[in-house]
Design a protein around this ligand. Structure first.
Ligand code: NAG
Ligand code: NAG
Ligand code: NAG
Ligand code: NAG
Length: 133
């Protein structure tokens, strides 16, 4: 009996140790008074989107998880293909907390593209289709 309960205690201690190790590795809250990195996921275009060059479309991203203090709230949207982000800027100098922004689809070779939304850091849309030339 005594033996069993001491085994149980060691096991409980072991679990607690794991819990604290994990919670230190992944802190639940960021420290106060610190600016937070915000990388909002792009929700439109998605992987079913087809755009034609010259059209105006409303790029949309999810701002529901935005922290109070954002490191860089100035947004920029660029185009990307095959892991290369082009030095072609589709929109810039807008507030990332808007959650959406109109862009004009550039004239490109038809194919699969992604958008990159920059704020603190780049965030890629899924691949979608642009019909150009
Ligand atoms: C946000 O920044 C302001 C001014 O620096 C500060 O007073 C406030 O406590 C910060 N809030 C959070 C949640 O970090
Ligand atoms: C498109 O995205 C949806 C939702 O994220 C996913 O379920 C689906 O498998 C994706 N389709 C393709 C072709 O990647
Ligand atoms: C954004 O584009 C839509 C058409 O896709 C248009 O109706 C709307 O007026 C545009 N808004 C701005 C602010 O340019
Ligand atoms: C873009 O789409 C969002 C979400 O659907 C909408 O709230 C917003 O008014 C649209 N903006 C423009 C400029 O069309």
């Amino acid at each position: 009996m005594k033996y069993t309960s001491s085994v149980m205690n060691s096991f409980a201690f072991f679990l607690l140790t794991i819990f604290f190790t994990i919670s230190n590795a992944f802190p639940l809250s960021n420290s106060m008074n610190k600016r937070d990195v915000f990388i909002p996921p792009i929700t439109y275009p998605d992987n079913t989107t087809v755009w034609n060059s010259g059209e105006v479309h409303n790029v949309t991203w999810d701002i529901s998880q935005a922290p109070v203090n954002i490191t860089n709230k100035i947004g920029r949207i660029q185009l990307r293909q095959d892991d290369i982000t082009f030095p072609l800027v589709l929109a810039y100098d807008f507030d990332i907390l808007l959650g959406s922004y109109n862009i004009t689809v550039p004239l490109v070779i038809s194919g699969a593209y992604q958008l990159v939304l920059f704020g603190d850091s780049g965030n890629f849309s899924p691949e979608f289709t642009i019909n150009g030339v």
